[in-house]
Design a protein around this ligand. Structure first.
Ligand code: GDP
Ligand code: MN
Length: 405
């Protein structure tokens, strides 16, 4: 009967294999791609399942980018606590898809940071369906609490309308558009207080209808964290002085009462330059009007959440200029960073090719496609004058850290 022995062994092996497969199916009833699984939800798949068999292949490290020195040491570490962030209206879906496709293609498909969409109205099902199709990362849809968006009680509506007439005469864009004023105030003092962002530290602001031109192969959030950066920008512009006539004087009142908040290595020279556009400085009562163009921002929300910034925002909000003038979140952010943050913590992302009509940041690099190197605008020639990056380089110029190139 010795010939039966191999057959018994074979039967036992088959039984063991069968039991093993059965066990696997019970543990993981919905393999990737099958109905009921969430293959697009890369964030969920990144979170470690304690039930997973340790003998399974570990997941592909998220930031292993070939040929890139910077990430080599960190290839197995976690993603940074960060989200892509877009305040957007339902009617801007097509334009947002344009922005998402560019950013996913050039960067996020390598890192799968979640998208957080925020709106003062509920998002439509179509908006959710179509945006989810643009990414394999987690998408979150959030509603703004009313008290964060409403015009505050201390604003005098009659005065607000009168002021809007005056601003319109001065060619201030969106003077009568209340929602625009609300948006600027929300971006100045509320976005980082949204409950859905409470567990996040870094954000990358993305607007509808912007373009990204260059492949970026490193984790920019990790760059921010590892290099102790608070804020990253691509484009700086002069602002329309009549939209912010009293912003600098109000700021100076606040500073006079809070001198201890000024950063040691601040960017006061940059904020108060009067050589390049003296008339701007004059009309804005001492502020150069040069600002980081905030439709692109990569930032650390701990700065906005600090008591110093909160006190500054409170002061500005009570002064009323978000409604009696048309203070933008860009000059408010810029002034706060320039005064209360060490200027070495502000970074020009030279390598991120970017356009928000009508301005560009277009680096000279084989990684970039679709923009013309060094071109600032494709609008009328006078727009070239609006670039104030030279002002930043003149006073701060902590630029380009070559180890990333
Ligand atoms: P501009 O770039 O200064 O001309 O202003 P935009 O019209 O692009 O608005 C700036 C950002 O705020 C964009 O991301 C818009 O989608 C968003 N936004 C502006 N107004 C509203 C609004 O009333 N509701 C919502 N949900 N988003 C808005
Ligand atoms: Mn815009």
């Amino acid at each position: 009967m010795a010939f039966l022995k191999p057959i018994r062994l074979l039967a036992a092996a088959c039984m063991a294999l069968f039991l093993f497969l059965l066990l696997q199916m019970m543990r993981n009833p919905s393999p990737i791609g099958a109905p009921g699984s969430k293959p697009k939800d890369a964030f969920a798949s990144f979170v470690r399942d304690p039930n997973l068999d340790e003998t399974l292949e570990p997941p592909e490290p998220l930031r292993r980018v070939s040929g890139h020195n910077y990430d080599a040491d960190n290839a197995h570490s976690d993603r940074i606590n960060a989200t892509l962030l877009s305040l957007v209206r339902n009617k801007e879906l097509k334009e947002l898809v344009q922005s998402m496709q560019d950013l996913e293609r050039t960067w996020n498909h390598k890192f799968n940071y979640p998208w957080t969409f925020i709106n003062d109205e509920p998002f439509t099902e179509e908006f959710k369906k179509v945006t989810k199709l643009q990414t394999k990362a987690l998408c979150r849809y959030e509603f703004i609490p009313k008290e964060h968006w409403e015009i505050p009680s201390w604003i005098n509506k009659d005065l607000m309308h009168e002021s809007a007439n005056y601003l319109e005469d001065q060619d201030v864009q969106y003077a009568h558009m209340e929602s625009y004023h609300q948006m600027c105030r929300w971006n100045s003092g509320f976005f980082y207080k949204h409950p859905a962002l409470a567990d996040y530290q870094y954000y990358w602001r993305v607007e509808p209808n912007v373009h990204f031109f260059c492949d970026v192969d490193y984790d920019v959030f990790r760059y921010m964290q590892d290099h102790n950066k608070t804020y990253g920008f691509t484009v700086t512009l002069y602002d329309s002085p009549p939209s912010i006539t009293t912003l600098w004087p109000e700021t100076m009142k606040f500073v006079a009462a809070n001198k201890h908040l000024l950063a040691h290595n601040n960017a006061m020279g940059f904020l108060t330059d009067r050589e390049q556009r003296p008339e701007h400085n004059f009309q804005a009562n001492g502020y150069s009007t040069c600002h980081f163009w905030s439709n692109f921002e990569i930032g650390d929300m701990n700065f906005w959440r600090s008591p110093a910034y909160e006190a500054y925002f409170e002061h500005l909000d009570r002064a009323g200029g978000f409604f009696y003038e048309r203070w933008g979140d860009a000059p408010v952010h810029t002034i706060a960073l320039g005064l209360f943050e060490d200027s070495s913590k502000i970074h020009w992302f030279k390598d991120i090719g970017y356009q928000h009509i009508p301005f560009f940041n277009c680096p000279n690099s084989p990684k970039c496609k679709g923009c013309i190197t060094g071109r600032l605008t494709d609008g009328e020639a006078w727009l070239n004058r609006e670039d104030c990056r030279p002002n930043w380089f003149k006073y701060v110029g902590n630029e380009w850290e070559p180890k990333l190139s």
